[in-house]
Design a protein around this ligand. Structure first.
Ligand code: ADP
Ligand code: MG
Length: 278
């Protein structure tokens, strides 16, 4: 059946890398769409004030739209702000609006400031069950390129960190800083968090440097690095200006094929073993 590959419980990913422009948003929206197209029920939460994931998935996110900002500030529930992605069946989106930028500061003085998204997501899953809606299979949270309270909220709500890496000279330097941050979150806020998935993006196998970086990532993270790499592909970069993912914009392109394969690999590898709290 279409549902045969569904995970046994909801898998919650946060897409993270402190560098901008490495393919976080592109990876979030295309993997989410690829999962949805295999019959999975998928939720994307846009935690980046830039709203690029909301744009790519074609959901309104102007100033008048209810968004994840209202949820973080405790003014609304996720079920009140979630939208159906108009072009992808089975995919829902919690949009971000530009006012989310202010949340980094506004959250500072609130109680449980790091747990707001996590608790809202728990309430949303319970609400779905009460409504008789089917369980979500995958949640993907798209983060801004910084370790502020928005990213911390995503780390606390997630179980799996998905790291897109652009295979270039400084890639590994940023990576060790990111891993330190993940460790800090594990220790103080979310012991279940694990880096489960690393994906090479904008990969050009003809470039020696890219191949070298890929080998180095593979040697350090043999279990996390996906076999499939996402090639640099112009159709991937064109799709957002048509408010589409590459999966509908050009389903036969190398980019669409690679994201479908990456989604299949993630599904095949399955959820991580839950670590016991110490
Ligand atoms: P981030 O969210 O990490 O800032 P984006 O996903 O927005 O990065 O990607 C940065 C830019 O690179 C965007 O213009 C995007 O369209 C482009 N891009 C991402 N992945 C690819 C790819 N595989 N091939 C070509 N362009 C890509
Ligand atoms: Mg982004």
């Amino acid at each position: 059946s279409r549902r045969a590959s569904a995970p046994e419980r909801t898998r919650v990913f946060t897409t993270s890398n402190q560098k901008g422009g490495v393919g976080k948003t592109t990876t979030t929206v295309n993997l989410a769409a690829a999962m949805a197209r295999t019959g999975m029920r998928v939720l994307v939460i846009d935690m980046d004030p830039q709203g690029n994931a909301s744009t790519a998935l074609n959901v309104p996110h102007g100033a008048e739209v209810a968004s994840v900002y209202d949820v973080l500030l405790d003014e609304m529930e996720l079920h009140e702000v979630v939208q159906d992605a108009p072009d992808v069946d089975g995919l829902q989106v919690v949009p971000s609006t530009t006012e989310l930028a202010g949340a980094e500061i506004e959250l500072v003085s609130l109680v449980a400031r790091e747990q707001r998204l996590s608790r809202a997501l728990e309430r949303y899953m319970a609400w779905r069950e009460e409504q008789g809606q089917e369980r979500l299979d995958y949640v993907f949270i798209d983060c801004p390129p910084s370790l502020g309270l928005l990213t911390v909220n995503a780390f606390v709500a997630a179980e799996e960190v998905l790291i897109p890496i652009q295979a270039e000279y400084y890639a590994l330097e940023g990576l060790s800083q990111l891993l330190n941050n993940v460790q800090m979150i594990q220790k103080h806020l979310n012991p279940r968090l694990q880096v489960t998935t690393i994906l090479l993006t904008m990969f050009d196998a003809r470039m020696n440097l890219a191949v070298q970086v890929a080998e180095e990532v593979r040697s350090h993270f043999p279990d996390q690095l996906l076999d499939i790499a996402i090639p640099r592909n112009v159709r991937i970069s064109e799709a957002p200006s048509y408010q589409q993912t590459v999966l509908t914009y050009d389903p036969a392109s190398a980019g669409a094929v690679a994201y479908r394969e990456a989604a299949a690999e993630i599904a095949r590898r399955g959820a991580p073993v839950v670590r016991s709290a110490r």
